[in-house]
Design a protein around this ligand. Sequence first.
Ligand SMILES: [Zn+2]
Length: 433
Amino acid sequence: MTKELKFAQQLIDFIYESPTAFHAVSTVKNMLTNCGFRELKEASKWNLEKGGKFFVTKNDSAIAAFILGMGNIEECGFKIIGAHTDSPTFRIKPSPEMASEGSYIRLNTEVYGGPILNTWLDRPLGVAGRITVRSEDILFPETRLVNIKEPILIIPNLAIHMNREINKGVELNEQKDMLPLMAHINESFEKGNYLLNAIAEELNVDASTIIDFDLFLYEYEKGSIIGLNNEFISSGRLDDLAMVHAGIEALIRVPAVEATNVMIAFDNEEVGSRTKQGGDSQFLSNVLERIVISHGKGREDFFRALAKSFMISADLAHAVHPNIGDKHDPVHRPFLNKGPVIKISANQSYTTDSNSDAVYEEICKKANVPVQKFVNRSDLKGGSTIGPISSTHLDIRSVDLGNPILAMHSVRELAGVLDHTFITTSFEEFYKL
Ligand SMILES: [Zn+2]
């Protein structure tokens, strides 16, 4: 097995262990603690020494990890890579069980972010997330992660015989067509709280102590390497766990340098980032300022450090589709396995400008990594990222980029095996600077 293939397999394992943003943070925490990083609590005083390796989490669903630089922070600044932990999915509503036809039990859900709905049909689905249980301190209830590693749900399609037009495109209604089937009605359903009882059993807690939950659906099946020559990665949540994995790996691999290296993974990018753990928050800014303060320095030094800093906003890009190539710009045509893609947009939905583009292109050149560019077809409006949002909170030069994928926001996206090694190598080079 080539080292690229082995690394792609590690990404698949990482994603499999991270069915929700909460689990992604927990998986990242394990990787970091295994490599000597220490956890900081937001409520504690931070005593950080040069060369020290630390991380701090927010809401159990966002995480910032960093290695303190050996140089003077106001002179060396921060090198930051940002990505996001969340992916489009379905969130389970309170009191979710709904009977239908006097026989079926379905779960009431609402859509989280922008999934391609029809890709969720006929897939074995699992449930994972966080539950909040009663504790002594009312203000700080206890939370527990849960992952029911069983395919307990499915959203069945309608047979073609009942809709002969089905292959001409079907509008799917989130409330009516997308509710997952869980079971047949039985005695324990009649007693109520069917799902919560199953979760309580899984976690070995008393169901009556569960006060509330943040539970989501995920595709039960694990990702896989596919293609005649093992060139593709097929998996859910590549957007953006592939960039979380690449960033954390690069951070771990590079020992302390002069500047302070930071990897941050925000939550809630798929729903606009406007939460305390999202990109449109003070989370990153506060962490950076606290790092400066821990060196015994002041706000002036913080601003001096920002002026010397650089940020890579890492989120996936669109590769040219093999069947529908005309959706891309006629000139810039990113392909899988041809390297990371710098994203550029006149309306600034990406932060890249010629200065930050140049920085990353030079990094790739130094690391011997090929690099591609993405611009929208002029008559199509593309997506956005955490890049422009972070730059409105932090006065830092930044570039938007990410690996090319197909089928973004499908329950199963498609990436290139080589690209995962390419981008991680470029991130390492960035952290080494
Ligand atoms: Zn994304």
